[in-house]
Design a protein around this ligand. Structure first.
Ligand code: FNR
Length: 193
């Protein structure tokens, strides 16, 4: 079976540069023979986490749906903006809700982090902040990351990156991540047999 990859944009804004980057990643995933499931964080509506609400009502429909999409995928790519040098609250909130399921859905999940920002560092500090909870939860966060700087002027009319060097680096990052994710998935399957 081909590898299934959930590609999640951490912004649901109409003109989101991270959603555009997520679409490019999904395209590369499909070109390499895997199956991409493209989503935006806003597809999964959930209140800010509250322990009393969880105890009274259980999980909201949004986090339950995100968990299902995670379970259906062997690998995860998150394209997240950087807010105030960190991870956006909406992304962290989703991680917090989903982390409450048992078995815990991020455990052993092969994960690639990418970002886009109009700034010159491309939102890379947000990814370092996002690594902390994901690694804490046992996700296998790929060491390499891709951060797109000056993202407001990086895309052509066709939605592709105009810089050929950046196009190649994004494709290489996605391909090497997928190679590891496939090998790791095979290894985990063998172990569990
Ligand atoms: C930002 N932005 C931003 N950019 C950055 O590179 N470093 C930062 O620390 C911040 N901080 C920040 C805080 C808040 C509250 C907002 C709303 C924005 C700018 C951000 O990168 C820009 O709005 C992107 O376009 C957001 O990503 P999407 O929505 O286009 O995917």
């Amino acid at each position: 079976d081909p590898l299934r990859v959930l590609v999640l944009a951490g912004s649901s804004r109409e003109g989101s540069v991270n959603a555009r980057l997520a679409a490019l990643v999904a395209g590369q995933v499909e070109r390499s023979g895997a199956v991409a499931d493209l989503a935006r964080i806003g597809d999964f509506v959930m209140p800010t986490y509250d322990g009393d609400a969880e105890q009274a009502d259980g999980q909201p429909a949004g986090s339950a749906a995100l968990r299902e999409r995670l379970l259906a995928a062997q690998a995860l790519v998150i394209a997240s903006p950087e807010y105030n040098a960190s991870v956006p609250g909406v992304v962290k909130n989703a991680v917090d809700w989903v982390s409450r399921f048992r078995p815990q859905p991020f455990k052993d999940k092969q994960t690639l982090l990418v970002s886009a920002s109009p700034s010159m560092v491309g939102g890379n500090r947000g990814l370092w902040a996002l690594r902390v909870p994901l690694e804490h939860l046992g996700a296998r966060v790929y060491p390499d990351m891709f951060s797109l700087a000056a993202a407001h002027s990086a895309f052509g009319e066709d939605g592709e990156l105009t810089d050929p060097g950046l196009r190649e680096r994004l494709a290489d990052t996605v391909d090497s991540f997928l190679a590891l994710a496939e090998a790791d998935t095979r290894y985990l399957c063998l172990q569990r047999r």
